[in-house]
Design a protein around this ligand. Structure first.
Ligand code: MG
Length: 257
């Protein structure tokens, strides 16, 4: 089952595919999916999709794949490296990533995103697994030059449009390893699997919940595999998470306003 948000208001719908979606009448975080009340069918091929989560915070993980740490000349950290990305950077499937004039090198980072389903504070592994609402595709777009220049990642990670998310949330914890593939203009640039991660999805929720309480809707970007590279005006990025979906976004240069 997938959870979608659509239209300017970010209305909720659920179903096995965009063509088979129906309006969701229940609160997705207080009612378990098997008891969701569904209304009329809605044709999601005809309306723009919104980011499927509305997080209070986006927690990013740096260097969760050894090969990616090495390609940027960084050592593997002894524990997960956390950063925060502004929720205002979110865009949905199909919306444009805008290259800001303040950066000369904006890069894609295809990632598996975890959506939190319940309050997690110093969670046990069991609590974290139960609190994993679902997974979706994300691109952790990064102004690499500004990230390198600054002592924190805040600026380089948080420009408007720097967090494409979607197209939908696949509900529940994954039942096996997940793959993530990034393509630019149809050409494969990155390929990774949860099997290659230094810290797994549930382990990351446990870890992050020690520092900050995670709330329903919060988003965890779980790190990018090797193969990051620059984006240019006119590019099209695709991030595919196996069994979850394909997130596609065009790239445009900033044209003022
Ligand atoms: Mg990243």
């Amino acid at each position: 089952m997938f959870l979608y948000r659509y239209g300017a208001a970010g209305r909720l719908a659920a179903g096995e595919s965009p063509a088979a979606a129906r309006i969701l009448l229940s609160d997705p975080f207080s009612v378990p999916p098997e008891r969701w009340e569904l209304g009329r069918p809605v044709d999601l091929s005809a309306v723009p999709l919104a980011p499927p989560a509305h997080p209070g915070k986006i927690v990013g993980i740096g260097r969760n794949y050894r090969e990616h740490a090495a390609e940027l000349g960084n050592p593997m950290p002894p524990e997960p490296l956390l950063f925060l990305k502004a929720p205002t950077s979110l865009i949905g499937h199909g919306a444009a990533v805008i290259l800001p004039p303040e950066s000369e090198r904006v890069e894609y980072e295809g990632e598996i995103a975890v959506v939190v389903g319940r309050r997690l504070q110093r969670a046990s592994e069991e609590e974290a697994r139960a609190g994993l609402f679902g997974v979706t595709c994300a691109c952790d777009v990064t102004a690499r030059d500004l990230q390198r220049k600054d002592a924190t990642f805040a600026r380089g990670k948080s420009f408007d449009t720097f967090c494409p998310l979607g197209p939908a949330i696949r509900l529940g914890p994954p039942d096996g390893p997940l793959t993530v593939v990034t393509r630019v203009n149809g050409e494969e640039r990155q390929r990774g699997s949860t099997d290659e991660m230094e810290w797994g999805l549930v382990e990351l929720l446990v870890y992050v919940s020690r520092m900050m309480t995670l709330l329903p809707g919060d988003l965890l970007l779980t790190g990018t595999p090797a193969g990051v590279g620059p984006l240019a005006d006119g590019d099209r990025i695709e991030v595919e998470v196996g069994g979850v979906g394909i997130l596609a976004n065009p790239v445009r240069r900033w044209e003022g306003a």
